[in-house]
Ligand binder design. Structure first.
Ligand SMILES: C[S@@+](CC[C@H](N)C(=O)[O-])C[C@H]1O[C@@H](n2cnc3c(N)ncnc32)[C@H](O)[C@@H]1O
Length: 273
């Protein structure tokens, strides 16, 4: 069948996604199935067995499941990252955080600690772009760490990265030998829930979004406490909730932090460098 003919049927049955996104979603599905065109995908012929696979994905998309979870892959910075229902879908803001770190740090042998690593998108991308860096990613969720390991393997950086199950609110993490501490911890407050889409609330892991204790700044407080106790002298980069920027600055006051804005001009990152 001609892709353009099948697309008409696909689009008529795809629900819960704005009409203007249908083509992009369809092209993403073709790309996932390794059907590439030079822009003119309409003229491609797609076989019945491929249509059957796309039909299954259409059913999943109609439950409002995000495309990245349906495919098990999310584009991140300059690579594809595997994701599952146990990992957050990496956000464009986190790509910006990775970009700042890479721009500011060109040194050869740096060691990164990523707290709340999830899919491992941060350390995997950093190490993919810096051939001699090493990293440790820690997370409370064992199933997320399995995905992180797969990502490290896929991008051939396994020998330089380790992942460890750790509850950073209750266990001690060692900052000795760390040159770059990075964290995009859960930072959404319960009060913001009402403004979030059903797609995020129904499908993304709750413990990746919300700090479970009711204090959305608990991870920053905990990390700052360890940095102080262990007299941390390295660099640190945090993704933050813009609505708490001033409070987070206060938490890290003694480390002389700076705020950086994201592409939407929101105070999204706190850097100690
Ligand atoms: C906002 S997600 C960030 C994931 C990934 N680093 C990214 O940027 O896409 C926060 C991560 O922190 C993890 N997390 C939540 N509570 C934790 C805890 N007490 N100790 C360690 N990790 C925790 C979650 O499982 C989740 O993977």
């Amino acid at each position: 069948m001609l892709a353009s003919d099948y697309f008409i049927q696909f689009s008529q049955r795809l629900s819960g996604h704005p009409k203007e996104e249908h083509q992009a979603i369809f092209k993403e599905l073709l790309h996932y199935h390794k059907i590439h065109s030079n822009g003119n995908w309409h003229e491609l012929t797609i076989e019945d067995n491929l249509i059957a696979k796309i039909e299954e994905q259409l059913i999943a998309l109609n439950t409002h499941k995000p495309l990245q979870y349906v495919l098990g892959i999310a584009p991140f910075y300059n690579i594809d990252i595997k994701v599952s229902e146990h990992t957050l879908i990496p956000r464009p803001e986190t790509e910006e955080l990775v970009h700042f770190i890479l721009e500011e740090n060109k040194g050869n042998t740096l060691h990164v600690l990523d707290i709340g690593t999830g899919s491992g998108c941060i350390p995997v991308t950093l190490l993919k772009n810096r051939q001699q860096w090493t990293a440790l990613g820690v997370d409370i969720d064992e199933k997320a760490l399995k995905i992180a390991l797969l990502n490290a393997k896929e991008h051939k950086i396994s020998p330089r990265v380790a992942f460890e199950k750790m509850d950073v609110l209750r266990e001690n993490f060692n900052l000795k030998d760390v040159s770059i501490l990075v964290s995009n911890p859960p930072y959404i407050s319960e009060s913001e829930k009402a403004m979030m889409t059903k797609t995020v609330l129904d499908f993304e892991p709750e413990k990746a979004l919300f700090a479970d204790t009711g204090d959305p700044l608990i991870f920053y407080r905990r990390i700052a406490k360890e940095m102080t106790t262990q007299k941390y002298g390295g660099k640190a980069y945090f993704e933050i909730n813009p609505i708490y920027a001033e409070e987070i600055i206060t938490i890290f006051q003694s480390f002389n932090p700076t705020l950086l804005r994201d592409m939407q001009q929101k105070n999204r990152f706190l850097c100690i460098s």
